[in-house]
Design a protein around this ligand. Structure first.
Ligand code: SF4
Length: 220
């Protein structure tokens, strides 16, 4: 258990990190292209184990062909597979997307539910996907912990966790609620551009002074 002084120092360090991230990545948002909450939901399901760029390539045609849940609900998973085979796990994703569309029509009148708990009950929708949809489509305060957010926040010391769920819980404690959604995008941007997985560019990093990983390893 940390003493009051250490806790104060941690809070000040977190504050500084968030200020700097905001300065560099202000306005960062999701790279996925969509026109409706439903389309964001489908794009996010597709984005598991697939780059946003590849998802956008697929959905630019897919959403013209099938704009809403009623269009997807009529398909067999095998039919949908032909349109999404170029992203990983397309068989599972096809099954989940068709089933999710059918549930949306049956249970929610074709709308995407605005609660993280209800979103998580849909096939193919885990905690991360539910948080992405809630924050981007409905402006709700939520932190989706993907691979970048997990890695960067634990390196920086905004979290000290072994799982995405625990990371999310700690980030919710260490980041003011009104910044949860924005911080998610800032951390993703930093993870893509600077704090990359194998060789973080600590020598170019504007957060090095405040980063636990850097200060522990001297990696520069
Ligand atoms: S100093 Fe290095 S480890 Fe820390 S945030 Fe920057 S790039 Fe990542």
């Amino acid at each position: 258990m940390k003493g009051a002084d250490e806790q104060f120092m941690d809070r000040e360090r977190h504050k500084k990190i968030l200020e700097i991230l905001e300065k560099h990545y202000k306005g960062a948002t999701t790279a996925l292209k969509y026109k409706t909450p439903f389309q964001l939901l489908i794009a996010t399901i597709l984005s598991a184990q697939c780059t946003d760029r590849q998802v956008n390539k697929i959905t630019s045609k897919l959403f013209q062909k099938y704009p809403g849940p009623e269009d997807f609900a009529r398909l067999s998973p095998e039919e949908l597979e032909k349109d999404i085979y170029s992203c990983g796990f397309y068989r599972n994703k096809s099954r989940n997307i068709v089933k999710t569309s059918q549930i949306l029509l049956k249970k929610y009148g074709g709308q995407v539910p605005q609660s993280i708990e209800e979103l998580q009950e849909l096939p193919g929708v885990g905690r991360k996907t539910a948080n992405v949809v809630a924050s981007n489509a409905f402006d709700m305060d939520a932190i989706a912990v993907d691979t970048h957010v997990f890695r960067v926040s634990n390196r920086l010391g905004l979290a000290h966790a072994k799982t995405p769920e625990e990371t999310e819980r700690q980030l919710m404690e260490n980041i003011p609620k009104n910044k949860w959604s924005k911080a998610h995008h800032w951390l993703i941007q930093h993870g893509r551009r600077v704090c990359i997985a194998r060789n973080p560019k600590c020598d170019q990093c504007f957060l090095a002074e405040y980063c636990e990983y850097y200060n522990r390893t001297g990696s520069r």
